[in-house]
Design a protein around this ligand. Structure first.
Ligand SMILES: C[S@@+](CC[C@H](N)C(=O)[O-])C[C@H]1O[C@@H](n2cnc3c(N)ncnc32)[C@H](O)[C@@H]1O
Length: 382
């Protein structure tokens, strides 16, 4: 209740504004049924009345932006993909990338992946190559115009890949209520979308529900170095450009933990150029597993040895920013890392020693914090 109170004056002004708009419309001889229809069709008005950002975001990605360069800030356009994986994509799909990272998982051949907020489908079509013809990739988005682009490009891209049958499926839906069964997905990916959600807690609960035990998520998203004031969150443009809807970094990881994802790792991290009212934004790729982990890394005297058996990675395997395993070398690890390596699809590629006894806390962090000099992105594509 205490948290809701600061929003009350805003709600009051919003209601006044709505009444004023209605009064003006009627003064201009709108008949009541026509006015009702007009307002119902006007997303801005609905947004004003409901105070929600959903319609603004849908309008933004449905009508206002047609290509990456239409974005004015660089938060949603700092992805860097392996050029070989982009090659089979059509120009229409490639010109509509609005991601902030490259959340492309390894070792997903034959598996089922789900892309939350797939937009025009770049990550779906890239993952389609990695799961191969025996696997499947599902893309979910709530904006029709984005889905139309994705769907009309399925046939040409499948032809470029030489697949007889499409291994992708684009579904209309909300990522806060995913229309898929429990424990049905091997890997969830998402690229610059959760910052736009007005119910981020529900998104992580849904990710946890649909993932199979041992399954993984790879999420590239924008977080802020502090909690964003309400007045900035109300700015439709800044919100839709993936900035002011972002969580404070600490709150974002707390939400994940609350949904069942403890000790989520980072695989990349870089500062966004744009600074708004002294607020700095960071683009982070998070890697989490549906495995019961402790809140913190604890030392049980364990070591891991990477066997060097992952195709194309004979020398090293990078689990996250804090763990680069060298083939054949024993490396000390915490119990959480041991459990990730034992209970996920990485298990066949590692030897893990047994627990000895608890030896205290273990530092798994890569040592990067927002103030410790996050590398600022130099890629500005808009
Ligand atoms: C910044 S764009 C990113 C698109 C895509 N992931 C990419 O990398 O190009 C955000 C996309 O998420 C979709 N989106 C935002 N919130 C959503 C929600 N709650 N449910 C479903 N889709 C959502 C928008 O329609 C838009 O297509």
């Amino acid at each position: 209740m205490a948290q809701a109170l600061p929003g009350l004056p805003l709600l009051y002004y919003r209601l006044l504004l709505c009444v004023e708009i209605t009064r003006l419309a009627f003064r201009q001889n709108f008949s009541p049924p026509a006015a009702t229809l007009w307002y119902n069709l006007n997303p801005k008005f609905i947004n004003c009345l409901a105070g929600g950002m959903k319609e603004s975001v849908q309008d933004f990605y449905g009508n206002q932006v047609q290509k990456t360069e239409d974005l004015d800030f660089d938060a949603c356009c700092i992805a860097d993909y392996d050029p070989g994986l982009l090659e089979p994509l059509t120009d229409e799909v490639k010109s509509r990338q609005y991601g902030c990272g490259s959340p492309i998982p390894d070792l997903i051949s034959g598996l089922t992946a789900l892309d939350l907020g797939c937009g025009a489908g770049t990550d779906v079509f890239i993952a389609a190559q990695l799961v191969g013809p025996a696997g499947k990739v599902i893309g979910i988005d709530y904006t029709d115009a984005q889905l139309e682009v994705a769907r009309r490009n399925v046939a040409p891209i499948m032809e470029n890949l030489g697949y007889d049958r499409p291994n992708v499926n684009f579904m209309k839906g909300e990522i806060e209520a995913i229309d898929l069964p429990d424990n049905s997905i091997d890997c969830v990916i998402s690229n610059c979308v959760i910052n736009l959600s007005t119910d981020k807690a529900a998104v992580f609960q849904e990710i946890h529900r649909v993932l199979k035990p041992g399954g993984e998520f790879l999420i590239a998203d924008i977080v802020a170095d502090r909690r964003i004031p309400h007045k900035l969150r109300e700015n439709e443009k800044l919100y839709s450009e993936c900035l002011t809807g972002a969580d404070y970094e600490g709150d974002f990881t707390r939400r994940m933990a609350k949904a069942g994802f403890n000790d989520v790792r980072q695989t990349s991290r870089r500062r966004v150029k744009d600074v708004i009212e002294s607020i700095r934004f960071i683009s982070i790729t998070y890697r989490g597993f549906k495995i019961e982990l402790e809140e913190h890394c604890e030392d049980f005297g364990q070591v891991a040895v990477y066997k060097g058996t992952i195709p194309e990675k004979p020398d090293f395997y990078s689990l996250d920013m804090g763990h680069l395993f060298t083939s054949g070398l024993a490396q000390r690890i915490c119990k959480n890392t041991a459990d990730i390596l034992k209970q996920s699809r990485l298990a066949p590629y590692f030897h893990i020693s047994d627990e000895i006894s608890h030896l205290g806390r273990f530092d798994c962090s890569p040592g990067a914090t927002a103030d410790a000099g996050d590398e600022e992105t130099t890629v500005a594509c808009c």
